[in-house]
Design a protein around this ligand. Sequence first.
Ligand code: SF4
Ligand code: SF4
Length: 211
Amino acid sequence: MRFERDPKGPLGEIFAPVAGFGVTFSSMFRPMVTEQYPFEKVPTQPRYHGRHQLNRYPDGLEKCIGCELCAWACPADAIFVQGGDNQPEEQYSPGERYGRVYQINYLRCIFCGLCIEACPTRALTMTNEYELAGPTREGLIYEKQDLLAPLADGMLAAPHPMVAGTEDDDYYRGDITGPTQDQVEWVRANRPDDASLAAVRPVAAAKGARQ
Ligand code: SF4
Ligand code: SF4
């Protein structure tokens, strides 16, 4: 059966030659929605998938344990992780392992968020930052130092020992509320020039610390 258009009425016949301008004319009286980026930046939605961040625990230790699950989950092969063993004198994260090398290639990343879903420690999350452009290809491969969250108020820079009497489980449960005096003393003895010592705010003890 052949499709036949409905026949036009007399008004339709009159306006037929200019009907295509209908959308144009009706849009002329609506408010403009053009964004003046980059002069005016419009905030993103709170859950917008932007640049990644490697988070820390409240005492400053890193949440990444170098397990590589994020790299395996990535459909674009954009993440490269190499784990390392924590040492008593160089403890970067709770437990045995930490992310020694961590790279995200933003030329490959499609911002799908599968990597952050795969992360078992919530070390990896995504920020709202979307200004990811640069003049070189190498510059768009972000290294660990580019992705690591800055120290929040009162935190102590890693490496330093875990809170005395705690296991990595205590960190995962959220029982660590900040650096303790023991950790501050350790950094003071081993890295007296560490900048984070100036602003560190030690807490009494961790909730789950075993005596
Ligand atoms: S957001 Fe998606 S593409 Fe980007 S690194 Fe994570 S898993 Fe890979
Ligand atoms: S970011 Fe998460 S998933 Fe990726 S290596 Fe670190 S702990 Fe594992």
